[in-house]
Design a protein around this ligand. Sequence first.
Ligand SMILES: Cc1cc2nc3c(=O)[nH]c(=O)nc-3n(C[C@H](O)[C@H](O)[C@H](O)COP(=O)(O)OP(=O)(O)OC[C@H]3O[C@@H](n4cnc5c(N)ncnc54)[C@H](O)[C@@H]3O)c2cc1C
Length: 316
Amino acid sequence: MSNTIENIKCLIIGSGPAGYTAAIYAARANMYPVLYQGTQPGGQLTTTNEVENFPGYVDGVTGPEMMVQLQQQAQRFGTDVRDGWATKVHFSGDIHKVWINDTKEIHCETVIISTGATAKYLGLPSEQYYLQTGGGVSACAVCDGFFYRNQEVVIVGAGDSACEEAHYLAKLCTKVTMLVRKNEFRASKIMVDRVQKTPNIEILYNTETEEVLGDGQLVTGVRVVNNVTKEVREISCTGFFVAIGHHPNTDIFKEFIDLDETGYIKYAQPGSSKTNVTGVFVSGDAADKTYRQAITAAGTGCMAALDAERYLASLH
Ligand SMILES: Cc1cc2nc3c(=O)[nH]c(=O)nc-3n(C[C@H](O)[C@H](O)[C@H](O)COP(=O)(O)OP(=O)(O)OC[C@H]3O[C@@H](n4cnc5c(N)ncnc54)[C@H](O)[C@@H]3O)c2cc1C
């Protein structure tokens, strides 16, 4: 461990829409924020080609381009944007300690956690290939469903979110085939009823994905196997949606911050960004398993900076 300790007013951990928005507000409020980007500078949106639903971009924007602009906007007001990964924290009293890359120690009056969440994928090479090329694999129906309107899609998953996403897709697409690994859903009865009653959703139970098929550029179908009968079949589709959950990036905080059973940070107070630790605030997908959108992440980033600013004002 290094002996050099840096004292700052506001540390922002994470460089997605939540972190950069918090930085814009904190910098404009003279909090001299330091922001660490983590291993995915720009966050989840850097993995997507088209963002069409963020207000203000009439013709849409690519995810990477939007995140570069957000970073530049945060830097314009003086945010100190740095490479580095928060590896350990110690939250107590008025000064919170955060270690970067296990070496640098920072003492902070306020901390804004904006570490986001990571979508889970099946891990098939073909799935990863078409995810990377932007050719038809997605983990977000609300974000990408529109690109598949009037087309046939396949969705994998059996929980409440999967049911909600299948239902959302059914309103846009001609047909949705839902692959459920077991012979029943994990979702609540009301959500299962809803998908079962939707005429253009076909549910295939005991069914697993073997391979995402395509022409090298775009997805053209999926090869699946029934894990009971061992029957293999191909389903034609242009979009393959994976709805098997997210992993919130909150492991390093769990000793100090209240998390729910799936690891999302719990808000200490409805309508605020406060956590159970005074001076530590949260924004974005690290605390949001419901909406998971760039605009909601940005909105809560604004809330966190304003809450942190008011907290500092109450101290000094
Ligand atoms: C493929 C895909 C397409 C999407 N398309 C859209 C869309 O079109 N429209 C839309 O509104 N939303 C879309 N989303 C959702 C959107 O990307 C997220 O809701 C949003 O990015 C969440 O923002 P965030 O700032 O909370 O976290 P993230 O974007 O997840 O960023 C988290 C940041 O935290 C950093 N980090 C994590 N842990 C640490 C640590 N220990 N130390 C330092 N840094 C750390 C990471 O490096 C990253 O920079 C999409 C998501 C995916 C996966």
